[in-house]
Design a protein around this ligand. Structure first.
Ligand code: SF4
Length: 463
């Protein structure tokens, strides 16, 4: 049973080329993203101070990241004071080991989970399975993905690539208690999942969650969800373990005022979030553990341009407006973080040593729609271009760029090169050969004019 996307073998263009052949996938994605996109635009348009809210969200996150060390210590002290236990995890392996040890210490072999990107990022379900612990997803979409032995393809709606008929088939196949007469009406599907999950909630002694926000001044964790499954997981079990990325901090309680407006409107297109759970330390005798996850985040923080990706509040608005995501779908990105945010976050968290990760900064048309809708004003196109500069290039391309740079650096050299190109323009091929062919595989080289603009100017303007 897999709830985590472990990566596709190919690079993004190869994966996307396969995905666009799937007309059902394209139909599902278009329908879902356009619906959410429309809802978001309506509720954002209602707020006269959206621009100010967005600026405030950006400023609060930047302030937090600038003093992250100080705020993290403050958070640790507050959580510990409130009876919780704080653990620090450098990477995925350390986080998984901490969580597995905590679960084993309870004597349990099953856990229920609240939807969490951080635990997918570290492949926690698989790590727990290796230790004989079964993790049950309780978010409806995550449940569909897990039962279908599938991979999530959207941050907010992990089963966005599935339609109702497909979900009905999965339920009939994998949930034995499902009545055979199950229809594909949303209410019937939700009821079947509810019956399936209810027994799990009542039985489980350990729950694992992430968090949308952590408040440094009070040590409070905040989870936003729409189904109530999160509330069940957070309150019923005797032990709660929350795995949270270190960038999820906000300094003060009052900062939530901004994010609790920005997030629901940007993600589900709702004015207010249906279930917002907040807790501080160990509540009503529940044993509480907070695992603070780095896993490459301090490396991202060190990059002056790339660090803005850590402002992300995982609303998924950038996915829903992205023309590339809409056609290629989430699986092509080979990461739990698909779409525009995935194209800038994954290569920074994982590095660009694999073909897939090195291709992600190019998974964009740079149209800028993602930046327009981002509630914390992450300039995704700027980071994409920055990462393209850092991505590995083949030697022929590097040499070509060096020569181009040398010529463009000097007006005399540029004039001579233009005259030379004009003279031999008939010999210039429409397609570049060998390793440079990627530049012209999908477009022709522009025609070289008979005379350069500089020479024309010289002829006409010089007395
Ligand atoms: S980058 Fe911005 S729009 Fe995209 S998920 Fe993150 S916060 Fe939302």
């Amino acid at each position: 049973m897999s709830g985590t996307f472990l990566g596709m073998p190919g690079n993004f263009p190869e994966n996307a080329a396969k995905a666009v052949q799937d007309s059902q996938l394209r139909y599902n994605l278009r329908k879902a993203t356009h619906t959410i996109r429309g809802k978001r635009a309506n509720v954002v348009g209602e707020l006269p101070d959206w621009t100010e809210l967005r600026a405030a969200g950006k400023a609060i996150k930047d302030e937090t990241l600038r003093h992250l060390d100080r705020y993290l210590i403050q958070l640790e002290e507050a959580v510990t004071r409130a009876g919780g236990h704080v653990h620090w995890a450098r990477d995925a392996a350390e986080a998984n080991r901490i969580v597995a040890d905590l679960v084993k210490a309870t004597g349990e072999s099953e856990v229920v989970k609240v939807k969490s990107m951080a635990t997918q990022e570290i492949e926690l379900n698989e790590a727990l399975a290796e230790q004989g612990i079964t993790a049950y997803e309780t978010d409806l979409a995550e449940l569909i993905v897990q039962l279908g032995d599938d991979f999530p393809s959207h941050i907010l709606v992990p089963a966005i690539h599935r339609n109702r008929a497909e979900i009905r088939e999965i339920f009939l196949d994998k949930m034995p208690e499902t009545p055979p007469g199950l229809t594909d009406e949303p209410a019937a599907l939700a009821e079947a999942a509810r019956l399936h999950l209810r027994e799990r909630f009542l039985r489980s002694k350990v729950a694992i969650s992430g968090a949308n926000f952590m408040v440094a001044e009070t040590g409070t964790l905040v989870v936003l969800e729409s189904e109530g499954n999160g509330r069940m997981c957070l309150t019923l079990p005797e032990t709660l373990i929350s795995v949270v990325g270190i960038e999820k901090l906000v300094p003060a309680w009052r900062d939530l005022e901004v994010f609790l407006q920005l997030l629901p409107r940007s993600s589900t297109g709702e004015r207010m979030n249906p279930y917002t759970s907040m807790w501080t330390g160990a509540v009503e005798g529940q044993d509480f553990h907070l695992v603070l996850l780095d896993n490459g985040r301090t490396g991202v923080l060190a990059d002056e341009v790339g660090r803005q990706a850590l402002r992300c509040i995982r609303c998924s608005a950038c996915l829903n407006v992205c023309p590339v995501y809409e056609r290629a779908g989430g699986h092509a990105y080979g990461s739990v973080y698909p779409g525009p945010i995935g194209a800038i976050l994954t290569p920074q968290l994982r590095g660009m040593s694999s073909d897939l990760d090195a291709s992600l900064p190019y998974a964009s048309s740079l149209c800028g729609a993602c930046y327009e809708v981002c509630p914390v004003a992450i300039d995704i196109p700027e980071v994409l271009v920055h990462l393209r500069g850092k991505a590995p290039h083949n030697p022929a391309e590097r040499a070509g760029m060096r020569v181009a740079g040398w010529i463009l650096d000097d007006s005399v050299r540029l004039g001579k090169a233009q005259r030379l190109a004009t003279r031999f323009r008939k010999l210039v091929p429409k397609r570049l050969p060998g390793p440079l062919s990627a530049w012209t595989d999908t477009r022709d080289l522009p025609d070289i004019p008979e005379e350069s603009f500089r020479d024309w100017w010289e002829r006409h303007e010089r007395p």
